[in-house]
Write a protein that binds this ligand. Sequence first.
Ligand code: FES
Length: 105
Amino acid sequence: MTMTKLLIGNIAEIDRQGSRKIQIGELEVALFRLSSGEVLAIENKCPHKGGALSEGMVCGRQVHCPLHDWRIDLASGDVQAPDTGHVRTFEVEVNESNGSIYLTL
Ligand code: FES
């Protein structure tokens, strides 16, 4: 599969500790800006019953699904015990001089 790097927005559009959702064709991606400033991206769909993870609460590097509170690690995409599963993650790059955010698909 070829990798595509897409310009998806600017860091100025996401509050610190905030999130955004991005639609790319059929795929919806949730972008999170952590308190550390780091930006992480995962598919915006909980593996349990499809909850929108962009609307979940972030605690450290994990998001709590807004529907039934499964916890998902934003860096690995792994669902945390006692639940199991995995969410697709995407590589994010932020250009430090102009704030452009790129996603690798
Ligand atoms: S849909 Fe996410 S925990 Fe149920």
